[in-house]
Each structure stands twice: as structure tokens, then as C-alpha cells.
Write a protein that binds this ligand. Structure first.
Ligand code: GH3
Ligand code: MG
Ligand code: MG
Ligand code: MG
Length: 307
């Protein structure tokens, strides 16, 4: 109900509507040894369009979260048999930071400093049972708002704005953080005569070609790390068999060269060149070598890969 003579009321309801819309992207795990308590929290969440799964104690929660990969929020009781809420949070925080998984503690216990215990273990917030329903919603919303902001921030920091592939920053952070053992494959890809394509058809069509190429790369390499390295250069890092990798790259070169794209009623055809390495070396060394190969592929006439 929005009174017609009070427009401020409309502006104040917009954030709430946005929150409710975003709630559909969340899934909560409610952990409590009391069935009644679980059902109550479930009903509060479901009224806000948040999907809910339940667990009866900390250990059970760890099992459920392993199976249900898309849980974004955990609401947990403190005292439970087998594993209590604080121990559960400590375990969850070993692999999930606050920006990836939100946790709210709940407890009826009068134990001194329980709030601090929950927060120190890594909970985003805490409520004492019995809680006021409005307070529950306020804390839930502020927790989810922060989580959504963190996810947006992560997305903007790590994804390329134009093509939505990983960006250079993510590529290096990811490939350096993971201490890979053994050989791996890396390909540097560069579009041939892209400047000419831009000059002929316009920059916006060039942009759409980049988006098309990025989508094609995701289809060919769903199991590899694909990143936009700069302008019209992409990098593909692959951890498995080099034979499969080479076969797929050859097929990709052919596919791109044979495909006539229709972009804004313009028939567009282009080719790509690749430098490819397979070695047991650090990422900088792999890139240096692949770049040399790419240079050779260009000199040798483009539309090909050099190993
Ligand atoms: P080569 O075959 O030697 O690679 O020639 P090339 O013209 O592709 O190479 P060059 O590196 O000289 O040019 C790359 C061009 O890519 C220059 C730049 O205008 C264009 N470019 C870089 N980023 C973007 C982008 O985001 N969108 C569009 N449309 N063009 C871009
Ligand atoms: Mg309990
Ligand atoms: Mg280039
Ligand atoms: Mg180029």
C-alpha cells in the first residue's frame, strides 16, 4: 500500500523491492537441531523469496553444503549435537570468505560473549533468540546487501567488461596462486589484421567480433582458463593433455576462418594466429615462449598456430 500523497514512500520502497528481487539469487542453509526453529526461520526466508535447505547440526550442514553448491547464506544455531554453530563457522571460513558466503548466528544461550565468539569465528552477524521479526529482516537485508556488493566488486575486478571473460588481473592471480605441478599448455591468441577490420567496419563491429570470439573460446575450452589479455589478444591456460589442446586449437582456427559472421547485416570474416607452448615452467616463462611462437605465426602468414 503506497499512499498517493506521499511520494517519498515510493522512493523508500524501491530499495526493498530491489532487495526482494535480488533475494531470488540466494539460497540459504538453515542449521538447527530443533525442527520447530528450523521451520520458523525457513518460513521467514521463504516469505522473502529465498530458497531454503535445512541441516540438523554442524556436521550435517557441512555435508549439505558440499552437495548443494549454490548456497550463499548460512543461518546457524549455536548449541547442537555433534558440531556446534561456532565450530561450523570456523570450518566454513577455512574455504569461504565473508564476501562469498554470508553467515548469521542465532542462539538462545545466555553464555557470556557469545556474540563475540560468533563474530570472531567469522559470522557476518548474530541474533539472540527469541528475536524480533523486523530485526531479523533488517540484519538479513544488510548482510545480503553487503554480500551482493562484494560479489559485484569481485566481478568488476576480475572480469573483462566487454567480453565477460576473465581479465588479466584474474589470470595472473589465479595462475600464480595455484602452485601447479607438472607441464601445462598455454596459448596466446591474436586476431589477424584487426585494425583493418575496425577501420573497414567500425569500432562497434570490432567490439562485437571480440564478444563473438570470446563466446567461441568458452565453447571450445570450458575446462580451461580463458582470459582477455589486452585489445584483441586472449590467453588460454590448459592443465590437461597437450594432444587434446592442440586438436581443439586447430579445429578452432579452422572454424573461425570458415565462419562468416553476420553482424548488423555486415558479412564479417576474420582469422586468428596462435603461439602455443607445453612446458613445466612458471607462467611468465610460458607467456614469453608463447609470445615468441605467436610472432612466428604472424611472420609465417597468419591464420595458423606455431608450437
Ligand atoms: P596483426 O595481424 O599483426 O595482429 O595486426 P592487427 O591489426 O590485429 O594488430 P595491431 O596490434 O596493430 O592492432 C590491434 C588493434 O586492436 C588496435 C586497436 O584499435 C584494436 N583494439 C584493441 N582493443 C579493442 C577493442 O576493445 N575494441 C575494438 N573494436 N578494437 C580494439
Ligand atoms: Mg540448539
Ligand atoms: Mg595484438
Ligand atoms: Mg592482431
Amino acid at each position: 500500500y503506497i499512499p498517493k500523497d506521499n511520494p517519498t514512500c515510493i522512493s523508500s520502497i524501491i530499495p526493498i523491492l530491489k532487495r526482494l528481487e535480488n533475494n531470488r539469487n540466494h539460497k540459504a542453509l538453515v542449521v538447527d537441531d530443533s525442527v520447530t526453529a528450523r521451520r520458523y526461520v525457513r518460513s521467514l526466508l521463504e516469505r522473502q523469496y529465498i530458497a531454503v535447505v535445512e541441516a540438523r547440526n554442524g556436521d550435517h550442514a557441512l555435508e549439505v553444503i558440499k552437495k548443494e553448491k549454490d548456497i550463499t547464506l548460512v543461518i546457524t544455531d549455536y548449541s547442537m549435537p555433534e558440531r556446534d554453530g561456532v565450530s561450523l563457522i570456523k570450518e566454513l571460513r577455512r574455504t569461504n570468505q565473508q564476501g562469498q558466503l554470508a553467515i548469521i548466528g542465532l542462539s538462545a544461550s545466555d553464555e557470556a560473549a557469545l556474540t563475540a565468539k560468533f563474530l570472531k569465528a567469522g559470522a557476518n552477524d548474530f541474533l539472540k533468540k527469541p528475536f524480533n521479526q523486523e530485526e531479523f529482516y533488517c540484519r538479513l537485508h544488510s548482510t545480503l546487501n553487503i554480500l551482493d556488493s562484494e560479489r559485484r566488486l569481485y566481478h568488476h575486478a576480475n572480469k573483462d567488461y566487454l567480453t565477460q571473460t576473465w581479465n588479466r588481473r584474474y589470470f595472473f592471480e589465479h595462475s600464480l596462486a595455484k602452485r601447479h605441478k607438472g607441464p601445462r599448455c598455454l596459448a596466446l591468441l591474436d586476431i589477424d589484421f584487426f585494425k583493418k577490420l575496425n577501420d573497414t567496419y567500425g569500432h562497434h563491429i570490432g567490439d562485437m567480433v571480440l564478444i563473438e570470439l570470446a563466446n567461441t573460446l568458452q565453447i571450445y575450452f570450458p575446462d580451461a582458463l580463458v582470459a582477455r589479455f589486452g585489445g584483441e589478444e586472449f590467453c588460454i591456460l590448459y592443465g590437461n593433455s597437450s594432444l587434446v589442446f592442440h586438436q581443439r586449437l586447430e579445429a578452432l582456427i579452422q572454424d573461425i576462418a570458415d565462419t562468416e559472421l553476420n553482424i548488423l547485416n555486415q558479412a564479417i570474416q576474420y582469422t586468428i594466429s596462435l603461439g602455443v607452448v607445453n612446458a613445466d615452467a612458471n607462467i611468465h616463462e610460458l607467456i614469453r615462449r608463447a609470445d615468441k611462437c605467436l610472432y612466428q605465426a604472424k611472420s609465417a602468414g597468419r591464420n595458423q598456430l606455431v608450437l
